[in-house]
Design a protein. Structure first.
Length: 67
């Protein structure tokens, strides 16, 4: 058990092999109250490889509560 913990700690101490080069978030609110959030991420990995990812979340409406 101690060996597994030691290996896990050593693994966590290794430097990261990738870094976030760009992060862009766009938030849009429609006249109907629908909310769209789009996140675009660019990551630079070893050997200069570039990976891009886009995540889009949509909520049908925004609610305003009394509290």
């Amino acid at each position: 058990m101690r060996g597994v913990v030691l290996i896990a700690l050593l693994f966590l101490m290794l430097p990261a092999a990738a870094r976030v080069a760009d992060l862009h978030t766009e938030i849009r609110v429609d006249k109907t109250g629908s909310l769209t959030v789009t996140e675009r991420t660019t990551v630079l990995a070893p050997q200069g490889r570039e990976h891009r990812q886009t995540i889009r979340r949509v909520a049908r409406r925004i609610e305003f509560l009394a509290d």
